[in-house]
Design a binder for this molecule. Structure first.
Ligand SMILES: [Zn+2]
Length: 460
């Protein structure tokens, strides 16, 4: 973090994403000690601060750093595009992704996390919620630091079945979680979360104690639930009720909980999640890539339109694949259009809100991130309006950003007041050097996991 240091950021237009959704033209932002200290008309702010270093310029659209609320930083990324897309989602996860996770060394974890977060930063994502499938949290924390972005971090948490790092007892699982909370206690930009794998791989006792642990430590809990129908079937068989209703009976729903997916919800479950202010991370590309029924059964646009706490995620390297939240936002905007919900506000506006301020609210961090406002982290994306995707420029930058430009034109990124990407290059690491052995790493991981991906067509 920049200590006792100020700089200025200037732009042609700033989408603040503040409460009034104010747009400021000819704007300047003063950044002090990593946080936004002033924001207003350029002339005024420049006059008072003429000695400061200036970032940006006349050709930039400035937006808040984007939020990815569900991302696996390890495992899939090093075998991206290797898992066949002709198998079921459960086969892709349990026969491929999990054995690859099991083969990861501590160094693999750092390289994978750094690789994902470098791609994130280049695509304007300055805050990432790690999905919790991390073997070596210290190495993943290093990944965050290598790039300079913020996020949340957890560790494998399951006590049903015998997957990698599953706990024999509830206390085993909780002690791994406590270690991460301890590791991140004083960290300026990465926060420890309690993370369970979820699905039907957690006992009721673990779930209740993990929820208590999150609340006691003023942090959040996240896990996977109901991306497909198998969780619904499994909970009905074990408990007699659908998954969300069982969680309600256990008393674990609430603002501190972010459920990844919840694609398959009945009316009562949807209502329960809204009423308890439980948040959902929606990863629309993953549901399509894995064929999980989102276009037939998904209700996230309805959930959001009824005041549900929603955020967007990119998921994993073989489930959503690219770490590009603007691409998820565009897809989600399409799902909003398709849902034909009466009274729903503009799809592109909702999509940008979900990638910024609404996403921040869902993960309980709207005092820190999600908008360009005084006191918040100076997480700012600089979009070059000279880029072809922005020519000619529409009077409505939100529609142009979501529906057409996407990440085209993302030129620079500031996180916590520090320039971490300039001209599309991550500044804190030498990517060429850091990632020089990715092919060998992939081969070794596939070999250790006993997996042999093949091209689809005969190859000579
Ligand atoms: Zn996931």
């Amino acid at each position: 973090m920049t200590k006792n240091k100020s700089s200025l950021v200037v732009g042609k237009t700033v989408l603040t994403m503040n409460e009034e959704r104010q747009i400021i033209n000819d704007a300047a932002i003063k950044v002090t000690n990593g946080r936004i200290a002033e924001i207003g008309k350029r002339e005024e702010i420049l006059e008072k601060n003429s000695d400061l270093v200036i970032h940006g310029g006349d050709n930039f659209l400035l937006i808040p750093g984007l939020i990815n609320a569900h991302q696996h930083l390890t495992g899939d990324r090093l075998i991206r595009s290797c898992i066949p897309d002709s198998i079921t989602d459960n086969e892709a996860i349990f026969d491929w992704a999990i054995p690859i996770h099991e083969a990861h060394t501590s160094e693999d974890d750092e390289i994978s996390a750094t690789l994902v977060l470098a791609e994130s930063a280049r695509n304007g994502i300055t805050f990432t919620v790690e999905a919790g499938t991390v073997a070596h949290p210290g190495s993943v924390l290093k990944g965050f630091e290598n790039i300079g972005v913020g996020g949340t971090l957890g560790s494998w948490g399951w006590d049903v079945g015998d997957g990698p790092y599953s706990g024999k007892t509830v206390d085993d699982v909780l002690s791994r979680q406590l270690d991460v909370l301890e590791l991140t206690k004083e960290h300026p930009s990465v926060k420890g979360w309690v993370t369970l794998v979820g699905h039907d791989l957690m006992s009721d006792d673990l779930l209740k104690k993990a929820s208590d642990l999150a609340i006691e430590n003023s942090t959040n809990l996240t896990f996977h639930l109901s991306p497909n129908l198998s969780d619904v079937e499994s909970y009905l068989e074990r408990t007699g009720v659908r998954p969300v209703l069982h969680l309600k009976d256990l008393g674990v729903l609430g603002e501190h909980l972010l459920i990844a997916h919840a694609v398959h919800l009945n009316d009562q479950e949807l209502e329960t999640l809204i009423n308890t202010k439980t948040a959902i991370a929606s990863c629309p590309w993953a549901y399509l890539r894995l064929g999980q029924g989102v276009t037939k059964f998904g209700r996230h646009p309805e959930f959001f339109s009824r005041g549900g706490s929603l955020s967007l995620g990119c998921d994993a390297g073989n489930a959503g694949d690219n770490v590009d939240i603007l691409s998820s936002a565009k897809l989600f905007a399409g799902l909003i259009q398709e849902s034909e919900i009466e009274g729903m506000s503009s799809a592109s506006i909702s999509a940008l809100e979900l990638a910024t301020i609404e996403g921040a609210k869902a993960i309980g961090l709207s005092n820190e991130i999600g908008s360009i406002e005084i006191g918040k982290r100076a997480d700012i994306v600089f979009i070059d309006l000279e880029d072809q995707a922005w020519k000619p420029q529409s009077p409505d930058p939100v529609k142009q950003l979501i529906w057409s430009a996407g990440t085209s034109g993302i030129h620079s990124v500031m996180a916590l007041g520090e320039m971490i990407v300039v001209e599309g290059t991550c500044l804190k690491i030498d990517e060429e050097e850091k990632f020089s052995d990715l092919q060998e790493r992939q081969q070794r991981l596939l070999g250790e996991a006993g997996l042999e991906p093949r091209p689809h067509w005969p190859t000579v």
